[in-house]
Design a protein around this ligand. Structure first.
Ligand code: NAD
Ligand code: MG
Length: 287
């Protein structure tokens, strides 16, 4: 089991930097052995430069997949992910841009096909959040931006990807525990994550007959740049003891998320679709 992190008060600015994380996060457990669970597959992973997405990219590579990684602007973090994937002996293609743009989402799928020769797994992981404690003061534009980045990008990418996915392929959407527990300072963010859970269920029903599985992951607090860049930017003290409210008394590491995505992408999850998995430190949310 991962040990408890000593997380102190701190802040970053969006989109955050993995290189600036203190303490540094763990991306893959020492001794994690690949078993060719994704051999020969190609995955498109959004937000794969850092945090949960980087862990997914490294785990997928160790399991035999080539990966395309989309990132907003964090060139240094993305280059490090590419280095780590290539160290696993797999290919990594980096794509920089803003996923709130439908045309860019379509081009991400096209570039993956052109450079890596196929597409089998779409991981809709990119997302943003910010703190807003009063709905009356949340600008309409900010509400729309939250949905454009977190939710609408998943629609654009899934729509483009589904034209190329087939029997045995899958889509995995990153939601959040906040879809279930509804923090009062993340109303817009939580609304996007609830939409992602419902999108996952309904889309699964639409495509499962083609042998394509669609699932979601709803992480609890995980030590990634998103947190100092949003909660910490609001108040550095909010990061003090981050994650200690979970039943396990600690935040999760990205290394505890990557294997969940491997499971859902692999044949080990061949009878699972339309579901949400809850790596959250023991909080019982149901659904
Ligand atoms: P992260 O900051 O490492 O990853 C998020 C990534 O999304 C960034 O690296 C960034 O490149 C990308 N991104 C953001 N806006 C974008 C845009 N407009 N266009 C293209 N890319 C964009 O943080 P993370 O915590 O690993 O986040 C990954 C996912 O996990 C998010 O969807 C987040 O909501 C979800 N999540 C995180 C936690 C947590 O505690 N860290 C908990 C629940 C859910
Ligand atoms: Mg990043």
């Amino acid at each position: 089991m991962a040990s408890k992190l000593d997380i102190h008060a701190q802040s970053q600015t969006l989109p955050g930097s993995e290189a600036a994380m203190d303490p540094p996060a763990e991306m893959i457990r020492a001794g994690y052995k690949g078993a060719d669970k994704l051999a020969g597959k190609v995955a498109l992973i959004t937000g794969g430069d850092s945090g949960i997405g980087r862990s997914v990219a490294i785990h997928f590579a160790r399991e035999g997949a080539d990966v395309a990684v989309v990132y907003l602007s964090e060139a240094e973090d993305a280059a490090e992910t590419k280095r780590l994937v290539e160290a696993e002996g797999r290919r990594c293609h980096l794509i920089e841009g803003d996923l709130s743009d439908a045309g860019f989402c379509r081009s991400c799928v096209d570039e993956t096909l052109d450079t890596l020769g196929g597409l089998n797994v779409l991981v809709n992981n990119a997302g943003t959040q910010w703190v807003s404690e009063d709905l009356a003061e949340l600008p309409d534009e900010q509400w729309r931006r939250m949905f454009d980045v977190n939710m609408h990008s998943q629609f654009y990418l899934a729509k483009a990807a589904l034209a190329h996915l087939g029997e045995g392929d899958s889509i995995i959407n990153n939601a959040s525990i906040n879809a279930y527990i509804g923090p009062d300072f993340l109303v817009d963010y939580s609304a996007t994550k609830g939409a992602i859970v419902s999108f996952t269920r309904s889309l699964s029903n639409q495509v499962v007959g083609r042998g394509i599985r669609v699932n979601a992951v709803a992480p609890g607090p995980v030590w990634t740049p998103l947190q100092p860049a949003t909660l910490g930017a609001h108040d550095p003290q909010w990061l003090e003891g981050f994650g200690e409210q979970t039943p396990m008394g600690r935040a999760g590491q990205p290394s505890e998320l990557g294997p969940v995505f491997v499971f859902l992408a692999s044949q080990d999850a061949s009878f699972i679709s339309g579901q949400t998995i809850h790596p959250n430190g023991g909080t019982v949310v149901n659904g």
